[in-house]
Design a protein around this ligand. Structure first.
Ligand SMILES: [Zn+2]
Ligand SMILES: [Zn+2]
Length: 147
């Protein structure tokens, strides 16, 4: 899949399909995306060709989990997030606005951290509330997506 920010300075591609897509309502995602929730695709880090050096400015918001979140250094669009969490495989998450062809998007698995939502979602996707339940749901989607 091909990804690019609005200004084009940050661009990268992935080898193959995402493991899954998820909607996260946690406060860090809200702040990072300047949006009510994050809509992201989850990839294995090894499947992602990272953006050119210097294109992205990474920031680490407070743990847990240990996530480096990068925005385009030029246009500040949320571009790529790197998960380095013990025991987990290394993951990369990409906000769906980085994808230009929307038809490629799979349906989201669920909402997580739904207790932190700004407004109710008008859909039938599962809704997981709280840190533990949200983490467990994420792990189960990861496990069932394993190739
Ligand atoms: Zn940009
Ligand atoms: Zn989140």
């Amino acid at each position: 899949m091909e990804f690019a920010c609005a200004c084009g300075a940050t661009h990268f591609q992935t080898d193959g399909e995402p493991l899954f897509r998820i909607l996260c309502h946690c406060s860090i995602c809200q702040r990072y995306n300047s949006a009510p929730f994050a809509d992201v695709l989850v990839f294995r880090a090894e499947d992602v060709s990272m953006p050119p050096p210097g294109a992205v400015e990474f920031e680490t918001y407070k743990p847990p989990p240990n996530v480096k979140r990068g925005k385009c250094a030029k246009c500040a669009q949320p571009a790529i997030e790197v998960f380095i969490v013990p025991v987990f495989p290394k993951l990369v998450m990409v906000p769906t606005p980085m994808l230009s062809i929307e038809a490629e998007l799979p349906a989201p698995k669920a909402h997580i951290f739904y207790d932190k939502r700004v407004s109710d979602a008008q859909d039938d996707y599962p809704k997981h509330r709280g840190f533990l339940k949200s983490q467990l749901a994420f792990m189960s989607y990861l496990r069932s997506a394993k190739r």
